[in-house]
Design a protein around this ligand. Structure first.
Ligand code: NDP
Ligand code: HEM
Length: 491
């Protein structure tokens, strides 16, 4: 940094030059202050408005810009232009996060990590808002606010509650798969550079023939899996609460750009009716042996944000942002998320959150949304819709019109509406144990012992009847799993 020879003149926000930014306007050197010191009032008032609501979940985060480069042709599955040819590059921004901690929480805490990406494609922004785990704790979105309540603070003590967490998990056996991942070594990644990412939900693709495929997205770290034990994480948090920010920002600043290989699993539409598990159940994976990973490309992060608040905090990622060729699926949790995020953004960032620079698409945008507070696009209809008189649709003046060519193929749905029990067999929802069992069996004996110790540690202070309810479920995954936790608990 060199010493500047000349600085610009400081002004009020209305542009008038400022004579003195050191001393308030007072009657005499000892005061009192004068009401007309607008400069002081404006400065204090602005400071009071510097904070915006933090995200209700995933408040602590770290992000950077980068590129997706396509390395394999998957155009037989999707018309999405982001995948249209080998070598194609699409700009993106990624934000990683913990789920439960507040904005000031320590980075190296045991928690699921968010793995969200906004791809600035030529046909609009595509947001893949996933996690570092392929599954989730719940499969019916009606339980999401209850689940999150158990991860946040107790209303009286204002402390996180092991009892609430295990009370909920032991009442919700569909959470066992995610809980096993959370309590495994991968429950505390060393930094976002060293973890995988998953779209987690089943999404859909459609191709030029109008054929639909169900799809899952995977991002495997090219840096390798580096994780922290509880003891290592505690030691790091004792030294710095910002270990992820330091690692990710530092790596990118020194030109050590992290990379992930992107893969998809693809299932033809009709096969969803015959799989032994519900392929739209967010608590289950599709086994690789049934649906192998198909390589798609490489994601690289190569540029830090210049302003954390403007670019990472004001980033608005939403599963509702899809582009032609990529669609949703019947996954109930995905369906709820399609509503929830944009609603959160209107509250957190304002009506025109999509026109903030970091969220603005890099392709032409033509819509008929009107007015509202702080609309940075103004009301230039010639630019917004294509003609100054085209402020409604349809119109006769050449304003923007729909394009039926990008329509998703019809999806057949002819079912009875009811509050279907998500835990009964009709949706193959009663198999809580086989996939956690497959994961448990992947772990070597030392890893299994660490999982059991981590679970036992997280049960500190939990009433015994809740512990026993949870243990009954672990016994059904594998008797050795339940026995391992009992041993770690000293039972
Ligand atoms: P595979 O043997 O083909 O794959 C095992 C998978 O487990 C790999 O993707 C591996 O990731 C991942 N894995 C290893 N350790 C952990 C951990 N601590 N936490 C989370 N994932 C881990 O098996 P299947 O496809 O038949 O699945 C078996 C089990 O593996 C599943 O029940 C599920 O729990 C887990 N899994 C499966 C995934 C899938 O999409 N099929 C994805 C992730 C996990 P990596 O290759 O990066 O080491
Ligand atoms: C953030 C809701 C499940 C991943 C958020 C936010 C809300 C929300 C309101 C804050 C958004 C913002 O203010 O910008 C929900 C609801 C869910 C759900 C209602 C279920 C019904 C999931 C699942 C995943 C996920 C299953 C991953 C597979 C994320 C991520 C973020 C986030 C990564 C942070 C995005 C960012 O970095 O800005 N969620 N969520 N959520 N959620 Fe969810």
């Amino acid at each position: 940094m060199t010493k500047p020879t000349q600085c610009p003149v400081m002004t009020t926000s209305a542009g008038a030059p400022i004579a003195d930014n050191q001393n308030s306007l007072s009657a005499g050197p000892r005061g009192p202050l004068l009401m007309q010191d607008w400069q002081l009032i404006e400065k204090l008032a602005h400071q009071n408005r510097e904070r915006i609501p933090e995200r209700v979940v995933h408040a602590k985060g770290w992000g950077a810009y980068g590129t997706l480069t396509i390395t394999n042709d998957i155009s037989q599955y999707t018309v999405a232009k982001v995948f249209s040819e080998i070598g194609k590059k699409t700009e993106l921004i990624a934000r990683f996060s913990t789920v439960a901690g507040e904005q000031g929480a320590a980075d190296a805490e045991r928690d699921v990590r968010g793995f969200g990406i906004k791809f600035y494609t030529e046909e609009g922004n595509w947001d893949l808002v996933g996690n570092n785990t392929p599954v989730f704790f719940i499969r019916d979105p009606l339980k999401f606010p209850d689940f999150i309540r158990t991860q946040k603070r107790h209303p009286a003590t204002n402390l996180r509650s092991n009892t609430a967490a295990w009370d909920f998990w032991s009442h919700s056996p569909e959470s066992l798969h995610q809980v096993t991942i959370l309590m495994s070594d991968r429950g505390i990644p060393a930094s976002p550079r060293f973890m995988n990412g998953y779209g987690s939900h089943t999404f859909s693709f459609w191709n030029a023939n109008g054929e639909r495929f169900w799809v899952k997205f995977h991002f495997k770290t090219k840096q390798g899996q580096h994780t922290l034990s509880n003891e290592e994480a505690t030691a790091i948090i004792g030294k710095t609460r910002e270990s992820y920010q330091e690692d990710l920002y530092g790596a990118i600043a020194r030109g050590d750009h992290p990379k992930w290989t992107m893969y998809v699993q693809v299932m033809p539409e009709k096969e969803a009716e015959t799989t032994p598990y519900n392929p739209f159940d967010l608590t289950k994976v599709w086994p690789h042996s049934d649906y192998p990973l198909i390589e798609v490309g490489v994601m690289e992060l190569n540029r830090n944000a210049a302003n954390y608040f403007a670019e990472i905090e004001q980033l608005a990622l939403s599963p509702s942002n899809i582009v032609p060729g990529i669609g949703f699926s019947p996954d109930k949790v995905l369906q709820a998320r399609v509503f929830s995020y944009a609603d959160a953004h209107r509250y957190r960032l304002g009506t025109h959150y999509e026109s903030l620079p970091v969220n603005r698409p890099k392709c032409p945008v033509h819509h008929y949304h009107k007015d509202g507070s702080m609309n940075p696009y103004g009301q230039d209809y010639a630019q917004m819709t294509g003609h100054p008189d085209a402020y409604y649709e349809p119109n006769s003046f050449g304003g923007a019109t729909q394009n039926p060519a990008v329509a998703e193929p019809p999806l057949a749905i002819n079912l009875e509406a009811a509050r279907w029990n998500h835990r009964d067999a009709s949706g193959s929802g009663d198999d809580y144990y086989s996939q956690p069992r497959a994961l448990w069996k992947l772990f070597d004996a030392a890893h299994q012992a660490r999982v059991c110790a981590n679970i036992a540690g997280s049960m500190a202070g939990v009433p015994d009847f809740i512990v026993e309810r949870a243990l009954a479920h672990f016994d059904q995954i594998d008797p050795a799993y339940g026995a391992g936790i009992r041993k770690a608990l000293g039972k």
